[in-house]
Design a protein around this ligand. Structure first.
Ligand code: GAR
Length: 192
């Protein structure tokens, strides 16, 4: 992969699986002048992902891959990324774990947002686990994607207080609101 420099915005793909609130937020951010990225492609592993509507709303190309044959799917995604001249990938609530081979092809050019203060609570159900452990703090993390799940270098992190009244739903809402600030800030940090 070539270096991520140059005057033009960097063609970026966002991978989603669900609601897509981070996707919507990243699209909006990408449209401001100072944004280093533009969103050219949205990939989902399911046609049920509500976030796919933002592809229609913002007239961005979308593609659904069902991952039935994982290797073939990843190869087809790589072909599409090449065709669309994608140089950067943001995972935003994407619930498939990409292979080492795939990640190596985009080494250092895939980032993810995770709803915990990594390295705490890698994987799923982060809010339940934080509440069960009576943690006083949680948060969100934007990090580089490497072959080991939720373990790549941290780009930015935001701490959020957990109160006695919080449950996993209230916490998810609070964290998501901060994710929407953190993701664009992390993208700015990478390219500045
Ligand atoms: C976000 O909270 C994101 O951090 C989390 O899924 C949610 C997606 O929300 N990601 C993970 O758990 C990845 N392991 P969204 O679809 O509204 O952006």
């Amino acid at each position: 992969m070539e270096k991520l420099t140059g005057p033009k915005k960097i063609k970026t793909a966002v991978f989603i699986s669900g609601t897509g609130s981070n996707l919507k937020n990243i699209i909006k951010f990408s449209k401001i002048k100072k944004s280093p990225i533009s969103i050219s492609l949205i990939i989902s592993n399911t046609s049920q992902a509500k976030g796919l509507r933002f592809a229609d709303q913002f007239k961005i190309k979308k593609k659904i891959f069902n991952f039935k044959n994982f290797k073939d799917t990843e190869m087809n995604i790589l072909l599409l990324l090449k065709k669309e001249k994608i140089r950067f990938i943001c995972l935003a609530g994407f619930m498939k774990i990409l292979s080492k081979e795939f990640i190596e092809k985009f080494d250092g050019k895939i980032i993810n947002i995770h709803p915990s203060l990594l390295p705490k609570y890698k994987g799923l159900n982060t809010h339940n686990r934080a509440i069960k452990n009576k943690d006083k703090l949680t948060g969100c993390t934007v990090h580089y994607v490497t072959a080991t799940l939720d373990s790549g270098k941290i780009i930015l992190q935001k701490k959020i207080k957990i109160t006695v009244n919080d449950n996993s739903n209230t916490l998810a809402k609070k964290v998501l609101a901060q994710e929407h600030k953190l993701y664009p800030a992390a993208i700015m940090k990478i390219f500045n």
